[in-house]
Structures are given as structure tokens and as C-alpha cells.
Design a protein around this ligand. Structure first.
Ligand SMILES: Nc1ncnc2c1ncn2[C@@H]1O[C@H](COP(=O)(O)OP(=O)(O)OP(=O)(O)O)[C@@H](O)[C@H]1O
Length: 232
């Protein structure tokens, strides 16, 4: 799916969280979404997936204004998104396999096929052996990978991962980076982080500061050291 935001502005009460963000993401885009905490990265990514309503401007899915779609049409298009959120939680009473199957069975994929796909994606994230385990027995890194597996089981064409490396040790972070790259091959991959992850050198940086997209281009490490003020 081709994605873009046009002059996207999001306000919560008096607070402007995103200011006129215009950005085109053709299918197959692989980019890091960077900026300090509070810069608006999560809000922008959620808006891209149709989870945050624009105050002004538009989110376009294949050129279509997402806000102009009916709820049913919107849900249908949203099935193309796989999202890994900071606050993701697995259901503790279900095995890892059942957790990963859930989005598929909810989409009325037949049980056998859902199981086969869940097993395949668990293998891809290196968790085949943990399929029958309850989440409480997994380490933080394994939980994160199980969350990624769940997000990817439905084969989304757009993967949005919000700070997937938070709280992971370097070895696990490297593994998660490899999984994200492997499973999103050919599709769009946007990874939100506060610092550019060394193990995921994506070719495009979208750098947010104070709700504005201040850089959209090749990696520019000097941005990470720049002071926080928005240039006049
Ligand atoms: N639902 C909401 N209601 C009010 N304010 C919100 C809401 N969601 C986000 N904000 C505020 O908007 C600003 C941007 O938040 P956002 O989560 O998009 O930033 P971020 O760059 O992703 O930060 P982080 O890396 O800490 O997640 C923050 O100041 C946050 O407190």
C-alpha cells in the first residue's frame, strides 16, 4: 500500500502534537522514525494506521483519504497493517501459539491454516520451541518476538514497529532487528526509535522534533546530537 500524510496536524486539547507533516511512503519503504521522547513519532505512526484522527490534513492509503472511508472500508484496509506497540501484551491464559493464531482466527482464517501460519511465523522469529508455552514463562525478549510474530502472522504489507528495542539487551535487540527485516521483505517497514539502532541501518530517516518532520532523507547522525529547538 502507498501511504502518505498531507499537512497532517494532530492536536489534543490545546496541545499540538503534530504540525503539518507531509510525507510520502511508497510501497516497500523501509525507514526509521526518529526523535526524542514526545516528538510525536508514535502519534504519526498511529495516524498512518488510521488509529488517530487528524485535526487537519489527511492520511492517504493508495491516494484515498482514510477519513473519507466508511468504518467497514477502513477496517478492511487496516488489515494490511501489522503493528508492534510499546504496550503490547500477550494474553497470559493462552499459549504463545494461540496468541499468534488469534488475529488470524479473528479474521476467519480456518483453524488449520491459522495454526500452520502461526507455526511458520514463530519459526521465523526463533520461537518454534516456545509455541506451547504460556507467555509468563518467556523472557522479555522472547515476549517481544512473540508480539512481532502475532503482528506478522496475518502477512501485513505494512509493518509499523513502535520502539521494538526498548528494554532489550543488545543481543536480543539484534535478533529482533533481523526478524523485522526478514519478515517485512518487500513490504513497508517503519521502525520508531529514540536512537538509531545500530543493528537496523535502514536507508531513510524520518526525524521528528516538536511535532514537525525536520528531516526526511538518508541517515543523518548529526541530527541526534542537535539541540532540541525547532529552527526558526
Ligand atoms: N491521547 C493523548 N492525549 C493527550 N496527549 C497525548 C496523547 N497521546 C500523546 N500525547 C502527547 O503528545 C506528545 C507526543 O507523543 P508521542 O507518543 O507521539 O511522542 P513520541 O515521539 O512517540 O514519544 P515516545 O518516544 O516517548 O513514545 C507527548 O507530549 C504526549 O504526551
Amino acid at each position: 500500500m502507498n501511504l502518505r500524510t498531507d499537512g497532517l496536524t494532530v492536536r489534543y486539547g490545546a496541545r499540538q502534537v503534530l504540525s503539518e507533516v507531509t510525507c510520502a511512503l511508497p510501497e516497500g519503504t523501509q525507514a526509521l522514525v526518529l526523535g526524542r521522547s514526545g516528538a510525536g513519532k508514535t502519534t504519526w505512526v498511529k495516524a498512518l494506521a488510521g488509529l488517530v484522527r487528524p485535526t487537519a490534513g489527511a492520511v492517504r492509503w493508495d491516494a484515498q483519504d482514510a477519513a473519507a472511508l466508511s468504518p467497514a472500508q477502513r477496517r478492511e484496509r487496516q488489515a494490511a497493517f501489522g503493528m508492534v506497540f510499546q504496550t503490547d501484551a500477550l494474553f497470559d491464559s493462552m499459549t504463545v501459539l494461540e496468541n499468534v493464531m488469534l488475529p488470524l482466527t479473528r479474521r476467519h482464517v480456518a483453524e488449520d491454516e491459522a495454526r500452520a501460519r502461526a507455526v511458520e511465523v514463530l519459526r521465523a522469529v526463533g520461537l518454534a520451541d516456545a509455541a506451547g508455552t504460556l507467555p509468563e514463562r518467556l523472557s522479555g525478549g522472547m515476549k517481544k518476538r512473540a508480539g512481532i510474530a502475532r503482528a506478522l502472522a496475518a502477512r501485513p504489507s505494512v509493518v509499523l514497529a513502535d520502539d521494538p528495542f526498548a528494554g532489550l539487551d543488545p543481543g536480543t535487540a539484534r535478533q529482533v532487528a533481523r526478524v523485522l527485516l526478514d519478515v517485512s521483505k518487500g513490504g513497508t517497514l517503519l521502525v520508531v526509535a529514540t536512537e538509531a539502532p545500530a543493528d537496523l541501518p535502514l536507508p531513510r530517516w524520518l526525524f521528528f522534533r516538536g511535532g514537525r518532520l525536520v528531516h526526511d532523507g538518508p541517515p543523518a547522525p548529526e541530527l541526534e546530537d542537535a539541540p532540541d529547538e525547532v529552527p526558526a
